[in-house]
Each structure stands twice: as C-alpha cells, then as structure tokens.
Design a protein around this ligand. Structure first.
Ligand code: MIC
Ligand code: SF4
Length: 643
C-alpha cells in the first residue's frame, strides 16, 4: 500500500507510535515558529525547562499580533522576546517584517519538513508541501528543546481539484467551498491533501490560502504536493535548493475523497458567525456594507494585493465604506510600493495599515455598531472584530474590492474580465529585519529584559480522588477559543499576565463568569461538541486553570485545545451519551466519582448531579503519556520531573 504526502513526511519523522489512525504518535520537529501573542508564554516555558539553546534546524519568533502598543505592555513583551530568542538560538523577525505565516512561507518553509507553530494557522506552510501544525506554546517550547511533538495519527482526506478558476474567482472561494462541504468539524482528526490537475493551476500563495483555512475545518494539517509550481516559487524566493518533489503514491489510500470543480466555482462568502456558514455572493448581492478589510495570513500575498490594486486603480472607495489594507509582509509591501500599486490603493481611498495581523485579531478597525464588515480573513467568530453586534463576512480579495467600490455586496464576476496578475519570477529579497541569534558561547552576554507585565505562569495540581464542586458554566456547541479567552485591543496586551487576563475569561458568553469562578474557587465547565475550536492560544487553558477549573466535560473537543488542557492539568472528559448534557444545569452541585482513578487508568468516571440525582458516564481516552502529564499536574511539572 502506498503513502499519502503527509504519511510520507510522518514516516520520515516518526519517533514513536504506530502510524494507525487514532493512535498517538511522536514526531521529530524540524522547524518552529512563534508569534508575539503566544510567544511570550512559550519562551517563559522554554526558560523554565532550563535548556540553553534550541535544538531544531530552525526556530523563528515573529512579532505580528500585538503591534498596536497602546501602553508599555506589548513593547515590553517584544523586547523580552527579542532578548530571550537572541540568547537561546532563535531568529527574531522584527515588528514590521510581516505576518508569521506569510513571512515563513516566503523565507523559511521547506517541502518535506515538519513545522509546529504556536498559532493555529501554521498549516499555511502546507501550500509548499511542508507538514505545518498549530500547537500550544508549551508544545512549541518542548519541540524547541528537541523534544518530541505528539499528535493523534490523523485520517487522510483527499480533495481532488479539477478544472481551472474562472476570472474573479479566487483560492478563498475554493476553501470556502470545502468549508461548505465539510463544515468546521469536518477536518477534525484528519489531514487534508489537495491534488489533481486543478491543483497544478494554483500558485503557492493560492495553495497557502487554502491550507491556511484548513484550521477552520478543524484539521490537523492541510497539504499540497511539491511540484514545478513549488519549484518556481522557491526559485523566485532565491531558495531553489530547498525544493524536493513530493506527491502521494498512486495506490495511497484515503479515508474520504471529494472533488471540487474549480471551473464551476462562484464567489462565496462565509456569513456570520462561522466560517462554514457559506453562501454564494450572488444571493447576498445588493446588501449594504460598512467596512471592508483586506489582508491577514489568509489573503495578503503580493498577487492578492496586486489584484485589489488593479481593481481599485483610478476609482474611489464608496463613501459609506471604510477600507483597510494590510499587506502580509515587508516583501509584499516593498514590491507593492516599487511597482506603483500602493499609490493606486492610497489614491482610491484605502486606509493602509502596517504588515501585521491588525483587524483580523481585533487590533483596531472594529466595525461600527451592527456594521456589516467584509473581510478577506479566516475567522468571523462572534465579537472577534471588537464590535459585539458586528456582522462579519469572509470573502475573497476580489469580492472585497468589488464591494468596496459599490458599497453593497457585489459579485465580482459581474464586472467582466479580471485584471491579469502574474507572479514575479523573482521576489525582492531582503532579510534585514530577521535578527540572528548570538553564538552559543556568547549567550551569557545577553541579559533577558522582562517588563512588569510578565507575571508568573499558574501551575496545575494532581487530580483529586473524587471531585466535588459546582458546574460553574454550561455552554453550547462549537465554543471557540475567542469565547473562552477573547483577544482584541483591550485583552491581548495581557497575554503574559494571566491574573489580569482572567478578568476577560468567557465574558463573551457570560460577563459575570470570572468573578463567579473566583468566588467559588473554580469548578467544572460543561460544553457541547467541538469545544475549543479555533486558536492555538494556550491561554484558553491557562486562564481557566488560574480560575480554578479542574475539568471540562464536553460532547467533543477540538484538537489543539484538548492538548492545551492536558498540558496545563485540566482534565478533558467526554459524555459517553451526549443526551446526558440536558440533565445538568449551570450552578448545580456536582461530583465526579472516580476522578483520579479515571486519570490513572480507568477510562470512565461518573458525573453525579446532586441537585436532581441524575448521573452520566464520562469517558477519558488518553495515552499513557497524557495520563502521566495530568497526574503530575501538567506538562511543565511532568517535563521537569522527567529531566
Ligand atoms: C488567531 O487567529 O486566533 C490567532 C490570534 O492567530 C491565534 C493565536 C493567538 O490566540 O494568539 C491562533 O490562530 O492560534
Ligand atoms: Fe494573525 Fe489573523 Fe492569521 Fe491569526 S488568523 S495569525 S490573527 S492574521
């Protein structure tokens, strides 16, 4: 039996475990990346492990999320990351160099290699045939120290692309179509491989748009073959030597296969408040809009920007629309400026932002009250934009530009022929904003600078025998990490200050949650299906830990979040019978009988509702390693103990 692309990479990096879907496997990680909103924690954890130098082939720290700097906090964190990385052997991408995934794709990603990043959109690198996975900061810290990265061996899903994209239909429409078919849970426990004749017609940045949003499918990763298109991209980036050819074997076996006909695709939009709530732009056409934002790690490549510039050239953004544009990297920005396209954007009335995440993570540019915002981003979760009642739609750059000009939802295919935008044969290469680390023998010369915003990390405790507490919060299906630990301008500056951050925990769902949890000394949270989807932010586990949460009981969990819960010693249990969910209400006094035993080895425990006498069977299917970690009170305790 042959192998899929991902199976080949996994096989080459397998440290332990069997390559059988559902089994835990350990992988050697070649490269890591961090961004600033998760990086501070990751490097604090790396320091706590007491390892001098990173042991990966390459580790890069990016500054791209917390760039508004409305107080000293972000600047302090940036300085901390800059100094700690210089000391320990990590390259530092300075603020102004661009969004981690875009820069990594341009300058560092390599087909056939493994990459983990403390950001859920790390599978962007799959566009170049690299196995990129999002992970919690602690897992990245362990990998930087040369430790193994553990995942559940994924199933393999194949998406056959046939045909060719029509004018004004973009890569974003491809992934929105896949989201329409599979939904936000459709990729859980799987790696999505794209292929077919249609795939060959897509450029690396287009492929990266598609693999980037595999995160929204809940997939472990997404990947394209490495072929002539990949080679041309690497050559244009001056890195032809990084090319290797990579494709799946003819007799590779997939667990599921789907076909998407690119020729038949039309412009699509993900409607509020979920990336899989997809409709054709044509049916929304005419709806009044207030804001358009173009950029983010999904759609900020040079070709995206040039397409938008060509569509706006000589025209003016509609008076009722505010348009923001954030190019993905310094490379994109410089090339836009040098060819004059930046002037076309400015002239048309676009508000040009720095090359960073910006509005995507609620860092400014929040829409007006109840405003309709069209964004080329990847997430439209409730309140992520910073405006609680905003209506955010995810669209392609083509739909965004067309609508920015008319002031209403506009199907760009009604505009006639699209401008032709060619990928350059040579990108402008200048890595002057990537700082190299100091040589190992000189590392003592570096003093790591820590601002007052950096507070100690909460540490978990081993589980109690029988847990007796309150059901402190009950939430529904598809709870995202943006519900658990919101981002945005007011909250993000505190990513290294858990006590302060805790004031915002779950406030999107229940503004009294933090006070209640503190007053009661914590308790248990009850969730629905796909609990914790979205971001890799480990703060969605760390902060509940700080507030005294001992366990989360849910119908099912999202991959990165469940790993983060275990890393911080919060026990993730599933309801054996999902219908039992209805027998429990917020505020009920509950017991989990056999709590510690379930962690030690029994796969089951009993949840008892002391308010109405009802019971529910709970499951805890974990690997031996995960059990040890929970018994130690989390990964940090466990790693230190193992050393
Ligand atoms: C996001 O898009 O939600 C983020 C911000 O990039 C997160 C990381 C974070 O919360 O810092 C992600 O995707 O993992
Ligand atoms: Fe940044 Fe948005 Fe991409 Fe997250 S999804 S890395 S916030 S641009």
């Amino acid at each position: 039996m042959g192998y899929t692309i991902a199976q080949k990479i996994i096989k080459n990096h397998l440290v332990c475990g069997e390559m059988v879907a559902g089994a835990e496997i350990g992988l050697k990680i070649d490269q890591t990346l961090t961004q600033d909103a998760t990086g501070t924690m990751a490097y604090l954890q790396f320091e706590a492990m007491g390892i001098d130098r990173v042991k990966t082939e390459l580790s890069v720290a990016y500054i791209d999320h917390n760039t508004l700097q409305a107080g000293f906090e972000n600047a302090d964190d940036h300085r901390y990351i800059q100094t700690v990385t210089k000391k320990h052997g990590v390259r530092f991408s300075r603020p102004g160099n661009g969004i981690c995934h875009q820069v990594h794709l341009e300058r560092f990603s390599k087909p056939g290699k493994t990459l983990i990043g403390s950001d859920s959109h790390t599978p962007t690198a799959g566009g170049i045939g690299m196995l990129g996975m999002g992970a919690g900061g602690l897992d990245v810290a362990v990998a930087m120290g040369g430790g193994t990265y553990y995942i559940t061996m994924p199933k393999m899903i194949k998406i056959n692309l046939v045909g060719k994209l029509s004018d004004y239909v973009g890569a974003k429409d491809v992934i929105l179509e896949v989201l329409r078919i599979l939904g936000v849970k459709g990729g859980v426990g799987a790696i999505v491989e794209y292929g077919g004749e249609g795939g060959k017609t897509l450029s690396v940045p287009q492929r990266a748009t598609i693999t980037n949003m595999g995160a929204e499918l809940g997939a472990t990763s997404s990947i394209f073959p490495s072929d002539d298109v990949t080679k041309a991209f690497l050559k244009a980036e001056g890195r032809e030597e990084d090319f290797i050819e990579l494709s799946s074997d003819d007799d590779a076996v997939f667990d599921a296969e789907y076909t998407v006909n690119l020729s038949k695709l039309q412009p699509l939009a993900a409607c509020p408040h979920s990336p899989d709530n997809v409709k054709p732009v044509a049916v929304l056409s005419g709806m009044k809009i207030n804001q358009v934002c173009i950029g983010s790690c999904t759609n900020s490549s040079l070709s995206d920007m040039l397409t938008v510039a060509a569509m706006l050239k000589g025209k003016t953004v509609h008076p009722s629309v505010s348009l923001s544009i954030s190019p993905g990297s310094k490379q994109v920005y410089t090339m836009l400026a040098e060819c004059g396209a930046l002037a076309d954007l400015i002239n048309a009335g676009a508000r040009i932002l720095e090359c960073a995440c910006g509005p995507c993570i609620g860092m400014g540019f929040s829409p007006q009250s109840a405003g309709v915002s069209l964004r080329t981003f990847n997430r439209n979760f409730l309140a992520r934009s910073g405006t609680a009642d905003a209506q955010v739609y995810l669209v392609s750059p083509e739909t965004a530009a067309a609508s920015a000009l008319t002031g209403v939802f506009t199907d760009p295919t009604t505009l006639g022929n699209a401008p032709t935008v060619e990928m350059p044969t040579a990108f402008k290469i200048n890595d002057n904003l990537i700082e190299m680390p100091i040589d190992a023998e000189k590392m003592d010369e570096i003093t790591v600078e820590r601002g007052p915003n950096i507070k100690p990390i909460p540490i978990g405790k081993p589980p109690e025998k029988d847990l007796k507490c309150e059901l402190i919060l009950k939430v529904g299906d598809d709870i995202t990490t943006d519900h658990i630990m919101p981002a945005g301008t007011k909250v993000l500056p505190y990513r290294s200050n858990v006590p302060k951050l805790s004031e915002f925990c779950f406030t999107v769902c229940d503004k009294d949650f933090p006070q209640r949890a503190k007053a009661r000394g914590g308790g248990v949270i009850l969730g629905g299906v796909n609990y914790g989807q979205g971001s890799s932010r480990e703060h969605a586990a760390l902060v509940p830990l700080y507030l005294g949460i001992k366990a989360v009981v849910a119908k099912s969990f999202a991959r990165i979040h469940v790993a983060n819960l275990i890393n911080f010693g919060i026990v993730p249990m599933t309801l054996q019978n999902p219908d039992d969910y209805d027998d429990f209400a917020e505020g009920d006094q509950i017991e989990i009988q056999g709590f510690a035993e379930a962690v030690v080895g029994a796969n089951e425990a009993i949840l008892v509702n002391n308010a109405n006498g009802k019971t529910a069977k709970l499951n805890l299917n974990l690997s031996a390693r995960q059990r040890q970690m929970l018994l130690a009170g989390g990964c940090l305790n466990y790693t230190v103990k193992e050393k």
